[in-house]
Design a binder for this molecule. Structure first.
Ligand code: SAM
Length: 192
């Protein structure tokens, strides 16, 4: 709803939503709320993103904004990112929610190495978690210096164990801007 309202003053606008369970599990609450606001420039694809996104790519779709907040495993989130990256225009924005999840946090360590993206915004974690982090960060950081990365990457939160960090990873949401075409070679890899 906020994305649609943010678009409201634009001349050309369209919002594509993917949710396999909007009617079966959510009783169409999001869909009905959007209709109540009078928004008519959206489409709901009631399918899994891993199936819907490749179809959108095949249909030649392009997007200016991607918001990833679906199934939160590392593999699903990477698949969402993989396809959105291919369809996102240069200067487009991609937002990841729930970056504090270990799965997504880990993935952000990888995506943070992409040369075609830069961070343009983050949203702070909720208050108690932020405070707990402040207390624990120093001892955990010490541990990460003493122990080898092969160990710390398994036992410590992603943003503490991470090396070569470009992102501020201890946030709940991250917005990245695509600053140029993704021109990585077929064997591109950076440690994360
Ligand atoms: C954390 S909720 C977020 C919903 C919405 N972004 C919001 O903030 O209200 C996660 C959503 O992902 C949907 N979901 C679950 N599996 C999915 C999949 N494989 N592909 C796309 N969406 C999925 C769920 O039905 C749910 O609506």
């Amino acid at each position: 709803m906020f994305i649609c309202l943010g678009l409201s003053k634009k001349y050309s606008k369209h919002h594509t939503i993917i949710d396999p369970f909007q009617s079966s599990q959510w009783n169409n609450i999001g869909f009905e709320n959007l209709k109540k606001t009078g928004v008519n420039y959206f489409e709901l694809i009631e399918d899994y993103s891993e199936l819907a996104l490749p179809k959108l790519l095949k249909d030649g779709k392009k997007f200016d904004l991607g918001f990833i907040d679906g199934w939160h495993t590392l593999d699903h989130t990477l698949i969402d990112f993989f396809y959105i990256n291919k369809m996102l225009s240069v200067n487009g924005i991609i937002i990841f929610d729930d970056v504090t999840y270990p799965s997504i946090n880990k993935l952000m360590g990888y995506i943070s190495q992409y040369p075609s993206y830069e961070v343009i915004g983050t949203v702070e974690m909720s208050y108690p978690r932020r405070e707990l982090e402040k207390i624990l960060t120093f001892p955990l950081k010490l541990l990460s210096l003493i122990l080898p990365f092969s160990v710390t990457s398994r036992i410590l939160p992603g943003h503490i164990a991470q090396k070569n960090r470009q992102f501020k990873l201890n946030t709940s949401m991250i917005a990245l801007k695509k600053i140029k075409e993704d021109e990585r070679s077929y064997d591109w890899f950076k440690q994360f």
